[in-house]
Ligand binder design. Structure first.
Ligand SMILES: [Mn+2]
Length: 469
């Protein structure tokens, strides 16, 4: 179904990735633990399974209960897997054989999972350092403690800093095949967003729209890359409830994206009018967000610090709000003081890859290189990415304007930034909601490429898609 522009040989791709990372272990062994199923309300009723992204990056295998040891020496990898019991075959089917899975990952040797401990013991006896990534699931912490013969509380201190840094370096720069995966995901995400715009209308419920979208994803054999945000209360930034009824005059904010066949994420936000037509005021705010987004995208090229695009987008927003009589004074000074964050209280974007916030399990090392620290200023403190951009980086650009009644009341009560904010006029916007526009872009040698098939974005395009019902 999906057209592929890139010739792929995934076993070779995984092999090459492992050969690059094993250099970093400098003669040591790297332990990659795949995920176990996570119980939902009892042991056998589990959450939908999602493999660990580092495991996917280096082996591509999406089944539970796998492990991988990367030994020194080219192509020396051992996959560990549990042989299926007869009961498991009866209840869950035979699945593919371990040998088939290993071949797909370009791995020549397969062993039983319960031999992993003795492999690690032998490596330790030989004085080889065992490198591993920081765990974020409780079951992984416990397994690491057991496998390494240390107390679970000591697991975090033993994480390999060298490995983490090298994984970040490697995964940050996307190969063509990875960008093709993200674009593949975006083709389904496009259809999902169009379906949502067309399905929205007065009297329908947010969950009905979410259901239409999920239908598109499931019918394409895809999972969501994260819990979708589908709401008329776009001012609640990560609003995961969706039981409001849609009314004429409201805006529907939809932040969602599916995964590709190899589990790469897409992450798109569109905001559309429930009635099919923006009001004049809505269109004015919308155009401001769009101007900020296009200006930020236009700045992206190798060498530019992403924080500069964030700051510029904030200024465009402050300027637009000035024209609407909601802000005053110098837009530049307002942004330096942080006054714009009343309306734009989050970061411009984040890295995207196998994770929707790529490698967020590794912390700020992804977006803040060389120990740079996050700003303490409200709004800017939520910026996940400041680093200088390089060809192959894939990231989101997602400015927004929101009217958050509780925040407005607090700032007004504290008489915060009264030089820049027109609190009186703001009263007219209390029930406005929020607008965010988000695209996924790749940094190229010459600048930037917006990924995906062109999801409706201008006022005209969004209205046309919303009226198609
Ligand atoms: Mn995003």
């Amino acid at each position: 179904m999906s057209e592929r522009a890139v010739i792929e040989d995934w076993p070779d791709i995984y092999r090459a990735r492992r050969d690059a990372i094993r250099e970093v272990a400098a003669g040591g062994v790297i332990l990659w633990l795949g995920h176990l199923p996570q119980p939902r309300n009892y042991e056998d009723n589990t959450f939908p399974f999602r493999q660990n992204s580092h495991f996917l990056y280096y082996a591509g295998l999406s089944e539970p209960a796998l492990a991988l040891l990367t030994y020194p020496g080219k192509d020396h990898d051992v996959l560990f897997s549990r042989p299926a019991t007869m009961d498991e075959i009866v209840w869950s089917g035979p699945g593919r054989t371990r040998e088939e899975a290993a071949r797909e990952a370009g791995i020549g040797t397969v062993e039983d999972l319960d031999r992993l401990g003795s492999h690690l013991a032998r490596a330790r006896d030989k004085g080889l350092k065992i490198h591993y990534m920081p765990p974020y699931q409780a079951s992984t912490v416990l397994r690491l403690g057991e496998l390494l013969g240390i107390h679970p509380e000591a697991v975090r201190a033993g994480v390999s800093r060298d490995l983490v840094e090298a994984v970040v370096r490697q995964r940050l720069v996307k190969e063509e095949v990875e960008i093709a995966e993200i674009e593949d995901a975006l083709r389904v995400t496009d259809r999902m967003h169009r379906a949502a715009m067309a399905a929205a209308g007065p009297g329908r419920y947010e969950y009905e729209i979410a259901g239409e979208m999920q239908g598109v994803a499931l019918a394409a054999g895809r999972q969501q890359a994260f819990t979708p945000i589908v709401t008329v209360h776009g001012e609640v930034l990560h609003n995961h409830s969706c039981d409001n009824v849609l009314a004429d005059g409201q805006l529907l904010l939809n932040d969602s994206g599916v995964e590709s066949p190899r589990f790469y994420a897409s992450d798109i936000t569109r905001t559309s009018p429930v009635s099919g037509r923006f009001t004049t005021v809505q269109a004015e705010v919308y155009e401001t967000v769009l101007r900020a987004q296009l200006a930020a995208i236009g700045m992206i090229k190798p060498g530019i610090p992403y924080v500069d695009a964030h700051t510029h987008a904030a200024r465009v927003i402050a300027d637009g709000l000035k024209q609407m009589g909601l802000m005053k004074g110098s837009a530049e000074d307002a942004v330096t003081a942080g006054a714009h964050a009343l309306f734009f209280p989050h970061g411009l974007g984040h890295m995207l890859g196998l994770d929707v916030h790529d490698m967020e399990d590794l912390g700020d090392i992804v977006g803040y290189p060389n120990g740079q620290e996050r700003s303490r200023q409200f709004g800017r403190n939520f910026l996940r990415l400041v680093r200088s951009l390089e060809p192959g980086h894939v990231l989101t650009v997602e400015p927004g304007i929101y009217f958050i009644p509780a925040l407005i009341d607090k700032w007004e009560g504290e008489r915060r930034h009264t030089d820049f904010i027109c609190y009186d006029r703001l009263k007219l916007f209390r029930n406005f909601g929020g607008i965010r526009i988000e695209d996924n872009v790749a940094v190229t040698a010459g600048g930037v490429r917006v990924l995906g098939p062109g999801i409706p974005k201008s006022v005209k395009e969004v209205e046309a898609a919303a009226l198609r019902r």
